[in-house]
Design a protein around this ligand. Structure first.
Ligand code: TTP
Ligand code: MG
Length: 402
């Protein structure tokens, strides 16, 4: 038997699908009075930042992670609505199940986005753009939500492409255009270059992507460190096949906050734990990981710090994290001793094998899968959370929305 070596190696085709202004779009869907209005979602419990906002609000400069107070100044006509995670999860499941019906190789990346490996489907399904159009139309018809789709030969470029024509966009970055596409973006628009990286590059005299693209790998590593230098070198030279394919193992996801004044009131503490639980849940889902070991940290007014951890069944959703965290807290807390800071962490997290949001909530985590390396504004907000000042009133006066 002979093998036809002249056969061309098949080019990979990936779609990246991402729901437009997700939380805000769901709010509009559920309340027709919000149609065409600048809708700003956020301000749950103690954390008064914008989760997301509609494109009308974006025109005023409002964006995710911005303090609500600032959003109000920029967009006084904005309609501010609280986060309703449960409802967003429902809609996410609807969208994700349609996405995964298009390919057996679907990778959910966060609550509102995922990759579809469409390699080799051209003969069966047709041109990628046509398939993407059909997919968008099906999602709109069945879920009443618009999404944007990016197409490329790697997941990385597909993700850039979906962002390029948002909202309700469709864009194909062909392989031959990848290098010119990436090198035409301003540095701060290149996915993977955060504010800190831009600062470091500028401090080294690299002011634009063109100059950046001329650096050797060693030069980038000198400026950014070994791993980050290599990561960026690969991106800028359009070597992106490996991105979004690494696996995560044995790291932890944590969040903590400091009280404005030391607190011994259990109502306040429990509200606080709920807020932390909701954040932790959001991050676990977003990073597509799961954990069965929760840890709680308590720092007292005198800075004495204690931690307690316990392995249990898989924890993912806010309520089960909250219940577990509360149990651990009361086990360890010296009753009446005022607390200065509380933290919770999911330890030994593993990639969640589940492909849909629904499975994510019910199934235990199993094998390792793709790593999500996305650095969201939310993560930044959470990091700042440790220093964030909170008021007692805000915590008590808020309703449970998750
Ligand atoms: P994104 O897909 O980053 O944003 P988006 O869907 O609102 O807008 P678009 O994709 O059109 O640019 O995030 C998905 C959802 O995740 C978003 O609707 C709300 C939530 N989210 C936060 O709660 N905080 C954040 O900082 C970010 C970035 C997102
Ligand atoms: Mg989105």
């Amino acid at each position: 038997m002979s093998y036809d070596y002249s056969r061309k190696v098949m080019e990979s085709v990936f779609f990246h699908a991402d729901i437009d202004a997700f939380f805000a779009q769901v709010e509009k869907l559920d309340n027709s009075e919000l149609r065409d209005k600048p809708v700003i979602v956020g301000g749950s419990m103690s954390r008064s930042v914008v989760s997301t906002c509609s494109y009308e609000a974006r025109a005023f400069g409002v964006h995710s992670g911005m303090p609500i107070a600032q959003a109000k100044k920029l967009c006084p006509a904005g309609v501010f609505v609280p986060v309703r995670m449960k409802r967003y999860h429902e809609k996410s499941v609807e969208v994700m199940s349609i996405l995964q019906s298009y390919t057996p190789h679907f990778q959910q990346l966060s609550i509102d986005e995922g990759f579809l490996d469409m390699t080799g489907t051209k003969l069966l399904l047709g041109e990628p753009e046509k398939v993407a159009e059909k997919l968008k139309a099906e999602i709109l018809e069945k879920t009443k939500l618009t999404i944007s789709i990016g197409i490329a030969s790697t997941k990385y470029f597909a993700k850039l492409a979906s962002d390029f024509k948002k909202p309700n966009g469709l864009f194909y970055i062909h392989k031959s255009d990848e290098l010119s596409f990436i090198q035409s973006l301003p540095m701060n628009k290149i996915w993977g270059i955060g504010k800190m990286t831009v600062k470091k590059l500028e401090a080294a005299g690299i002011m634009n992507t063109k100059t950046l693209s001329r650096l050797s790998c060693q030069q980038m590593q000198l400026i950014l460190g070994t791993a980050n230098g290599l990561f960026l070198y690969d991106i800028i030279n359009a070597h992106t096949e490996h991105i979004f394919n690494e696996t995560v193992r044995d790291h932890s996801v944590s969040t903590e906050m400091t009280f404005e004044t030391d607190v011994a009131n259990t109502n306040v503490i429990e509200n606080f734990l709920f807020e932390l639980s909701s954040e932790l849940s959001y991050r676990l889902i977003r990073e597509q990981v799961a954990s069965s070991t929760l840890s709680v940290k308590i720092k007292y007014a005198d800075f004495k710090t204690v931690t307690i951890q316990e392995a249990n069944s898989v924890i993912l959703d806010t309520v089960s994290i909250f219940n577990e965290a509360k149990k651990l807290f009361y086990k360890k807390w010296e009753r009446g001793n005022p607390v200065r800071l509380i933290g919770i962490a999911a330890l030994k997290v593993l990639d969640n094998e589940a492909n849909t949001q629904g499975e994510l909530f019910s199934e235990p985590n199993r094998n390792k899968k793709q790593k999500l390396v996305e650095k969201t504004a939310l993560d930044l907000a959470k990091k700042q959370g440790g220093k964030q000042v909170l008021t007692r009133a805000r915590l008590i006066n808020t309703k449970e929305t998750d």
